[in-house]
Design a protein around this ligand. Structure first.
Ligand code: GDP
Length: 444
């Protein structure tokens, strides 16, 4: 995730301020240094970093902390606000009929993003269609088609046609019934005039309501130039930053956004169609600082619940952090989690759990892969209610009975019990850690 270690390093520095009621210049200097180091490492433009540090310094020393706030909370709030200002607002994206054109270099993630965005709009109740005009990259057609099938959204492309402008024209006609048209365009290895001309012509045909630039998070300073060229030719209303799952950078993209007075629309966090998030500055920065992003989490849970039906009725992720953890709970969570996405992403969204805590877990502590889950399902089906409530009381004779009844083996039953113990222990551990961050949350 972008600026990954900012939260971790900053937390350490902020810890040193605990108990202080006034900030000295040295205190502020130490905090600002940490921020500078993280931002520069993540490829954020130097002048932007300097600007940010100056305003944090000035505000932290000149502003009077509101009564009752500690020095630490005061500086944390300022850092939070300044970082939110740095990343800017989220691109406005009304849920209505519209045409969106995607621009960017080859490999930036346009085709993937087109399908992901279509998936996102379909989850919001709209009817999207993806129009694939990339005749330059072999394989773009098949890739787009497959992803759209997975996303269960309409797709138009023509592997035999050669003129992207003509494909765009026909695509708009063929998908006239759709509410949201997402037009994927060809990229090139570099910014060539030909690429710019082509995208301008496609733009003339599809008349986009907004054009989004797709940028790879790892791109670095080159992002600025790209953003400027596309901005000059077609006008960029928003940026989608992709591959945030694979890099600790992303600063180049942030700089490009800032440079062109643009905003961020979406973040791409994986290769699957559902690995997309609407950019929310507040949530994004809270997560970065390890304060959790309950809004995103809630959205994911709601989506998972809607897809699971009512059997999982009231599973609240925060329940995980309190009270008894039974096999009933484990089953609900495994089901819901499988629909929510990778656990490490979810953990990052729970207050107090971000900042690499997942790295401290044994690899299989939360292994809830489909296959394993299926076998566990069979096992749990063969358990009595009492056994599900009190798994620790299950003895050898019960294990034998459950294994027989479920058509699995004793090994699988023991594995399930082991897994439960491990999850229970891990969650207990998190309960303790979660408390430590409660004050950060309250402050927000
Ligand atoms: P295009 O040439 O701009 O259309 O780029 P593609 O959509 O083909 O993406 C290039 C590669 O990046 C593909 O292998 C994608 O699977 C991968 N990719 C795209 N977005 C993401 C993302 O958010 N995370 C990860 N890990 N990979 C991505």
């Amino acid at each position: 995730m972008v600026l990954d270690d900012l939260g971790t390093s900053l937390r350490g520095t902020l810890e040193d301020l605990r108990g202080k009621s006034r900030l000295t210049e040295d205190d502020v200097e130490a905090v600002v240094k940490e921020i500078q180091r993280s931002l520069l490492q993540a490829d954020v433009d130097v002048s932007l970093v300097m600007e940010l540090s100056d305003s944090i310094k000035t505000r932290a020393l000149e502003e009077e902390p509101p009564g009752g706030t500690t020095a630490r909370d005061h500086v944390l709030r300022i850092v939070y606000e300044e970082l939110v200002a740095l990343v800017g607002d989220s691109t406005e994206l009304p849920l209505e009929e519209q045409t969106i054109m995607l621009a960017g270099l080859q490999g930036s993630g346009k085709t993937t993003t087109a399908a992901k965005m279509a998936w996102w709009f379909s989850k919001k109740g709209l009817r999207p269609a993806v129009i694939q005009t990339d005749t330059f990259r072999p394989g773009a057609y098949d890739q787009a088609k497959q992803m759209c099938e997975r996303a269960e959204v309409e797709f138009y492309g023509d592997p035999d046609a050669e003129d992207p402008v003509e494909i765009a024209r026909r695509g708009m006609e063929e998908t006239a019934d759709a509410d949201v048209h997402i037009v994927d365009t060809a990229g090139r290895h570099a910014l060539e005039d030909e690429l710019i001309e082509e995208i301008e012509e496609i733009g003339d045909v599809v008349e986009p309501d907004r054009s989004l630039l797709v940028l790879d998070a790892a791109i670095g300073q080159g992002a600025k130039e790209q953003a400027r060229r596309f901005e000059e030719s077609i006008g960029i209303q928003g940026v989608t930053i992709t591959k945030l799952d694979g890099t600790a950078k992303g600063g180049g993209a942030l700089t490009a956004v800032n440079e062109t007075d643009s905003t961020i629309a979406f973040l791409g966090t994986g290769e699957e169609v559902e690995d997309i998030e609407r950019f929310e500055p507040n949530g994004f920065i809270s997560r970065l600082l390890g304060m959790g992003d309950l809004k995103q989490l809630t959205e994911r849970v709601e989506r998972a619940m809607a897809e699971t039906g009512d059997e999982e009725e009231d599973w609240d992720p925060e329940d995980m952090l309190s009270g008894e953890f039974t096999l009933h709970d484990m089953r609900k969570q495994m089901n819901a989690m499988n629909r929510m996405g990778p656990l490490d992403q979810i953990m990052d969204m729970i207050p107090g759990m971000g900042g690499g805590l997942m790295d401290q877990l044994p690899d299989d502590a939360m292994d809830v892969t489909q296959d394993r889950m299926q076998r566990f399902e069979f096992v749990m089906d063969s358990m009595t209610d009492a056994e599900l409530e009190h798994p620790r009381a299950i003895g050898q004779s019960q294990i034998e009975r459950i294994a027989r009844g479920s058509g699995t083996d004793e090994e699988t039953v023991r594995e399930l019990l082991q897994q439960h113990k491990m999850m229970e222990r891990t969650l207990k551990q998190f309960q303790g850690m979660g408390q430590g961050n409660m004050d950060m949350e309250r402050m927000m």
